[in-house]
Design a binder for this molecule. Structure first.
Ligand code: FES
Length: 199
């Protein structure tokens, strides 16, 4: 997703650009983009009048923040002891093959980022895969296939909806045409008059 500095500015304004709200601002930007884009960090430093190096210091200190682009969905495989002995390596291998990426990487279509973690604190459910905050316990390669299929389907249907919406907007009549149809008076601009002359 492209960084919109207007949206980042809105986030900053939500906290009145207070230095004390730096963590909250970075958290909101992270939530919006799944990472902290450099231009957003620069804008935060500028608006909060905080040295850029300090903002980077905070951003790199907390594990919750990412300074690298991440996918729309974050898949985390627990590789802690309990998960490891119950088959986490097989699960990780299956996901790597499915997505075609190594842990720490993002798919080319920016849909998935694969990560590993040492323990998710739910060892009784081992082996665990976490996708976008949802815990999938007692995972098997088959379960993993089903999970990712579900996410792919979701992505496809969202894309379809967006396409439809776009096509709908294109087919919508212009304001003047709509007014003509409704019988309301049409305000003619210079360009519409020129167009009419050409006809
Ligand atoms: S080792 Fe995986 S949840 Fe604890």
């Amino acid at each position: 997703m492209k960084t919109s500095l207007r949206k980042v500015t809105k986030i900053i304004q939500r906290y009145q650009a207070k230095k004390t709200k730096l963590l909250a601002i970075l958290t909101d930007i992270q939530t919006k983009y799944n990472w902290l884009p450099p231009d957003a960090i620069e804008l935060v430093a500028e608006k909060l009048c905080v040295p850029l190096i300090d903002v980077y210091g905070v951003a790199s200190f907390y594990h919750a923040f990412s300074l690298n682009p991440r996918g729309k969905h974050i898949a985390t495989v627990c590789s802690g002891t309990a998960c490891h002995v119950r088959g986490a390596p097989i699960i990780l291998d299956r996901i790597q093959t499915k997505l075609g990426i190594e842990p720490g990487c993002t798919t080319k279509d920016d849909q998935f980022t694969l990560e590993t973690v040492n323990c998710l604190g739910a060892c009784a459910l081992a082996p665990i895969v976490l996708v976008d905050g949802h815990y999938y316990g007692q995972s098997t390669p088959q379960k993993v296939d089903a999970i990712f299929l579900q996410y792919r389907k979701k992505t496809k249907s969202v894309k379809k909806m967006k396409k439809k919406k776009k096509a709908g907007t294109k087919n919508q009549p212009s304001k003047n045409t709509a007014k003509k149809r409704s019988g309301k008076k049409v305000i003619k601009t210079k360009s519409t008059r020129k167009q009419e002359k050409r006809k």
